[in-house]
Structure formats: C-alpha cells, structure tokens
Ligand binder design. Structure first.
Ligand SMILES: [Zn+2]
Length: 386
C-alpha cells in the first residue's frame, strides 16, 4: 500500500492528504513556543517502486518569513537545491524541487519500494551514542554528563586530551539548532581525526591543547525533530547572556563549565539554508574587538583554507556584517567573555558554489571530511591562541 509516514526515528511531517501518490499534500511542522520556526522535514514513503509521486509542502513559502533581516536579499533557501532522498538511509541524493506561490513541490518515481526524504539527512541520538561508545575506548577520551536538558535528557561532554597548566583550552559545540544536522556529521569527522592514534596533526595538537566537545547542545530538539527550538520553545543561540535552568539549562550548564575551564578557542557549528559556502563569523564586532583577535581570526581562516578546499576565503558576512555583535549568540558572548578566538561556522544545506556535487550537493560525506580538517586549521594558530 502507498503510505507516507513521519513515524520513523527523527521523523517530522504533517500529512494533509496522502491518499493519491500523484498529489501528496504535506505541511512542515512548526516549533512550539516563543520561536515558531519551520525548516525541517523527514519522512518515509512506502509502496512507491515505479510509482510517479508528487509531493507538495503547502507551507514551504512560510519558511521565508523566518529569514534574518540581514539575509533578506540573499538567494532563497529553495533556489539551487533539492530535497534529499535515500533508499538505504546512508547514501543521500537530491531530487530537484521548485517553489511557486508559497508551495514547494518535487516529483519522483523511486526505483525501490521505500524511500526517505529529508531537508538534510538526520543525525540521530542513537548514531551519536554509537560514536561516543566507540570513542571512549580511546585512552585520550573522557565522557561526562554535564546535567539535564529541559526534557530530562543527558547533556553530554566529550573531553579529548589531558588538561594541564600549559595546555590551551579549546571548545567545540554543535547543534544548538536541531535541524542543522550537518553539525552532527562535522563533529563525527572532527572527533575521529582527533582521536586517531597515528595522526601527526592530532598528536601535535593534543600536546598543546585539550578539547571539550559538546556534540549535541540540544538533544531534546534532536529527538523531537524540531527546527530551531529546545523543548521549552527557546532558541538556545539567543540565551547566552542570561541562560536559566528553567528555559535553557543546555546553555547554562555549558557556560558554567566554560567559566570553570576558561576558553582559548571555541567554534560553534551551525548550518545555513541560504548560503552556498562554508561561512565563518569571527570575533570582529564584539565590544572588546582588537587587532590580536582579528589577526587570529584571519590566520585561522587561512589555515583552514589550506587544510580543506571546502573552506574558501572571500565570503563576506551574509547581508553585510552587523555594526554591533549580538552577545546573546554563543560565539559573540564567548569571544567577549574570554577575549579569545571564538567563531561561528555555518555549513551550507545546498552546496558550495565552487566545487559542486551535482548528485548530492553538500552531503554527510563532505561534512565528515570537513570536520576532519578542523584539527589542521586549529594547529595553524594554536601557538598564538593566548
Ligand atoms: Zn543555527
């Protein structure tokens, strides 16, 4: 029988009418709370082998209402991209989509019985637990629970390397926004390289630094397949000035630990559905900005571009850089508080504009390898971090 279902791990879609495969009408779910965002969908269609199917996201146009003001003139999120599809939940390819009058549609005649569609491939909590279980067998790795999320889930911290008086303290955090699932793949690539026993870059880096990694800042949002909020309906990346245990314990717990360890370097990993590049924001607009920090940032950019052609120099702040940093955002707050190199990473949902994969676009495979290039980029500046 033909079936469309959100009842899969990390599934999310509202079914308006799925009685006719040639006209499947769907709506993307809206996050509840103060931040009613919509970005994400992930569902399975069954009974589709050789069937001409047509899917419509009736509220696809509503996504455009949630653009940052500075992004208003950027290419829309539905342009130059496609929905991602997979038969085996490992290899994801793109089906072209189009947007007209606020409705996003795609057509597809699958080769097999069942298929999964997603805005971007999910990175589930189970996948992360598998990774952490594997990592903790390394003598370099310690696992800790920092505390509990709004929904009562564990907030995990992974420490790689041994703290010491002469070690720089580096933080890597990801997935404050649960729909930006590329952060999960990026972290996996990063951690696998950093824990590889025979990797000279990892070994050199761990002689000089210790890494505290929060692989998933928003486990509730991940398990609930939300777009940008946590279980209390809060956008965690606007909570960094005054987080609370009631509404944003995820930020409060990480911030408290940062106060205890200090921070010499931090990267906060996100995804942006409009960009066609890997974008870095630096500590360039914070109140205490200075030449040391801007020099470090440009050095870090050059080191990353040398380490991976998937980072390309010369992509300015989308829509122009703000005059004043928003200190409620993690990367700015951390840079200001610790006077350190703290950066924002936005991976694309679409693809990079200069090295395109016409079948997959920006994919988990590329995100993993991009994450694996981060240690070399940090090594390029580690001697100057403090
Ligand atoms: Zn984000």
């Amino acid at each position: 029988m033909f079936s469309v279902s959100p009842f899969i791990p990390n599934g999310s879609i509202e079914i308006v009418d799925a009685s006719n495969p040639a006209d499947v009408r769907l709506r993307m779910r809206v996050d509840e709370g103060d931040n009613p965002f919509i970005y994400y969908c992930h569902f399975r269609a069954a009974g589709v082998r050789g069937v001409d199917c047509r899917y419509s996201l009736l509220n696809g146009g509503d996504v455009l209402k949630f653009r940052l003001a500075s992004h208003a003139n950027l290419e829309g999120r539905w342009v130059n991209t496609g929905v991602m599809a997979s038969y085996d939940r490992r290899d994801w390819f793109r089906i072209p989509l189009s947007e007209k009058d606020g409705i996003v549609t795609w057509q597809h005649c699958p080769d097999y019985d069942q298929i999964y569609y997603a805005m971007w491939p999910p990175y589930s909590s189970e996948k992360l637990l598998d990774l952490m279980g594997e990592l903790q067998l390394s003598p370099r790795v310690r696992l800790e629970v920092l505390g509990r999320t709004v929904g009562g889930r564990d907030l995990d911290l992974i420490t790689v390397g041994v703290p010491g008086p002469r070690k720089h303290v580096c933080w890597v955090i990801a997935r404050q926004h649960p729909s930006e699932t590329m952060g999960g793949y990026f972290i996996e690539g990063f951690l696998r390289r950093l824990t590889a026993p025979h990797d000279p870059v990892a070994n050199e880096l761990l002689d000089r630094a210790v890494f505290h990694v929060v692989p998933n800042m928003n486990p509730d949002g991940t398990d609930m397949a939300l777009s940008r909020a946590n279980a209390a309906g809060v956008n965690l990346n606007r909570e960094w000035i005054a987080p609370s245990m009631e509404k944003s314990p995820e930020v409060k717990l990480v911030r408290d630990r940062m106060e205890a360890t200090g921070v010499d370097f931090c990267i906060d990993c996100h995804g942006d559905a409009q960009l066609r590049c890997n974008f870095l924001g630096g500590p360039l607009e914070i109140p205490s900005r200075n030449e040391r920090l801007s020099g470090l940032f440009y050095g870090f950019e050059r080191a990353w571009a040398a380490a991976s052609p998937d980072y390309e120099l010369g992509h300015p702040y989308p829509g122009g850089s703000p005059d004043k940093a928003d200190l409620s955002m993690a990367w700015n707050w951390i840079a200001e508080r610790f006077n350190c190199l703290s950066v924002l990473l936005e991976q694309p949902f679409k693809d990079t504009s200069w090295r395109q994969d016409l079948v997959r676009g920006w994919s988990p495979q590329r995100s993993i390898r991009f994450g694996a290039s981060l240690p070399a980029a940090i090594l390029g500046v580690v001697a100057r971090l403090r």
